[in-house]
Write a protein that binds this ligand. Structure first.
Ligand code: SF4
Length: 137
């Protein structure tokens, strides 16, 4: 779970469209269209990867008008199922598996069980898939 207080913002005048930000963004929030990077605010978890990598300092992290909660409720699904799924992935439910989004293995498992229908999870589905299928090739 993470409360996201910031969001990446692109200065189009500085952006060179090199796609580095797009490549490092784990949530798919950053996309280069017509040689300019664009952020989908609702998908940005403020991990600062794009900010750190941009060679021309075209990205700044700006405060959000409203904090955004990125989370899935483990309490809404069967606890035994969560434990079982985590065990299959050799993870403990309380193990932090994604620093960028502050997500625990139990949250991922709950989201998978809920078929990823949680609105709050939509932003990091690409990351979730990468993590999940690495465990189950
Ligand atoms: S701060 Fe992180 S999540 Fe947001 S656009 Fe940049 S790389 Fe993507």
């Amino acid at each position: 779970m993470k409360i996201v207080n910031f969001c990446a913002q692109v200065d189009e005048a500085k952006c060179q469209g090199d796609k580095l930000c797009e490549q490092v963004c784990s949530t798919g929030a950053m996309e280069v269209i017509d040689k300019k990077a664009r952020v989908q605010d609702e998908m940005c978890v403020a991990c600062t990867r794009c900010f750190d990598r941009c060679p021309v300092n075209a990205i700044t992290m700006v405060p959000r008008d409203q904090p955004m909660l990125v989370a899935t409720s483990v309490q809404e699904v069967d606890e035994a199922e969560v434990r079982e799924l985590c065990l299959k992935a050799y993870r403990r439910p309380d193990e932090l598996v994604c620093i960028c989004t502050g997500t625990y293995a139990g949250e991922f498992a709950a989201a998978i069980i809920k078929e990823m229908s949680d609105r709050g999870l939509v932003s990091y589905i690409p990351h979730l898939f990468k993590w999940y299928f690495k465990q189950f090739p």
